[in-house]
Design a protein around this ligand. Sequence first.
Ligand code: ARG
Length: 315
Amino acid sequence: MKKVLAVLLAGSMAAALAACGSSKSTDSAAQSSAAQTSTTEATGASTEAGGAATEAAAAATEAAAQQTDLSGSKYLSDGVMTVALNSTFPPFEYLGDGSDDFSAITSNPTQVTGFDVALVNEIGTRLGVKVEIEDMDFDGIIAAIGTKADVAATGMTINDERKKSVNFSDPYYDATQAVLLTKDSSIATEDDLKKASSIGVQQGTTGDNIARGINDAATVSVKSFNQAVADLMNGKNDAVIVDQSTGEAFLSQNPDKLKLLPGSQFKFDTEQYGIAMPKDDDVMLGAVNGALEAIKADGTYDTLVEKYINNYEAQ
Ligand code: ARG
């Protein structure tokens, strides 16, 4: 609770400082119209105002870092947050070209980009920790939390089974499973899936569970979503069960060949993504939730959704 408050305080300080910066620039505008004779002076004043705004932003980040006391965190007191993810999940995580400006991320060997990567970069900035990305198989991620990684941010659905092993942050995204098909497919209902001979899924996902529940014998689980979709395109799979937004991303890569049917048509439940963390670190849980709250409150969350999810472009 104390930590949450600290992050919130830091957030409002940032707003106050930013407001301060902008009133300065109004001042300098007034100054410049008064002193119409000296253009040089006016330019100087507005440059100064710009500098003040940058300083204010830097001070806000610093304040957030200083006020979030992570010394009691078992996993983050070393100043580094290691993040596990599986990079075959656009638009949340996929291989990028390394052009992102993720200032808190100090290690990202496979140059993963996407919504979750941008989100943990923001969390790292606000908590004042460095972020290191660990790209791995999805089905190994729960076991890696607390050992190879401090957290997982990988479009992971919050569910009771996983809660036995890990803590989840507050939900950060609503999702549902959907069914990706080739355009000419006649599959349209759960009954059709029962008759399918090969349903592709990523191993260890909620889609994997759903497929097994409907048609265990036909479920083909593979390590990567890219593989499951490739096997749909080459005719090995009749369908792929995949999260809606990710299905849309794959669809946008192959709009002529694929179609995506919503989970509601198959009576799939709704899901929510959370950041998974070890069970034995309440300080980290509070800090991550506090950062998430601030990210939502100041509009950063919406900006990231717009940039990475709504404007995802086929690679
Ligand atoms: N939301 C699904 C789940 O939690 C799929 C997540 C897959 N994520 C990934 N990065 N491959 O099981």
